[in-house]
Write a protein that binds this ligand. Structure first.
Ligand code: ZN
Ligand code: ZN
Length: 167
């Protein structure tokens, strides 16, 4: 469910039979104002002292409700807590380096081939939008490749047969 502006989002909350509480409005305002996906901590810090109950508890509770309404979604850009974004905002998918922790985003369309292949083989609708794809970033992958060529004997090199004797 996508709401173009705060008024539309609040209208949707009402139409689903929920009250527009002060904290719900503040959390939505914060999400509309945010240029990038934000964590619950960041939202709570921005609203510090303006929420009725403990900031973070209130923010989490509201994010959960807004998620159930389909107005907000979240993803994990690494091992950390979820980052929240309005459902209508451009979707990105994330690559997280398990070596250095760097996170970068990728256009979801780039993963279409992988999704299609998984559907064809497993009949499974893969989703890469909640958790990041983990692996090695360009830098760490290059370091690892270099490590392999700098004296450390790798298993596959040890198993490579010697070149044929041409003498
Ligand atoms: Zn999650
Ligand atoms: Zn890395």
């Amino acid at each position: 469910m996508v709401a173009d502006d705060l008024a539309a989002a609040l209208e949707l909350v009402r139409r689903r039979g929920l009250r527009v509480t002060a904290s719900r409005r503040l959390v939505l305002e914060a999400l509309f104002a945010a240029a990038e996906p934000v964590s619950a901590d960041e939202i709570a810090a921005g609203l510090h002292g303006r929420l009725p109950t403990s900031d973070l508890t209130s923010v989490y509770r509201n994010l959960e409700t807004l998620g159930e309404l389909g107005l907000v979604r979240h993803f994990h850009a690494g091992h950390g807590p979820g980052r929240y974004v309005l459902a209508g905002r451009a979707q990105r998918e994330y690559l997280a380096c398990e070596q250095c922790g760097a996170v970068e985003s990728v256009d979801p369309a780039r993963l279409d081939a992988a999704r299609d292949a998984i559907r064809a083989v497993n009949g499974f609708e893969a989703s890469f939008s909640h958790f990041p794809i983990v692996g090695l970033c360009r830098r760490c992958a290059a370091l690892r490749r270099r490590g392999r060529h700098s004296g450390r004997v790798s298993v596959d090199r040890a198993l490579t047969p010697p070149p044929p004797d041409r003498s």
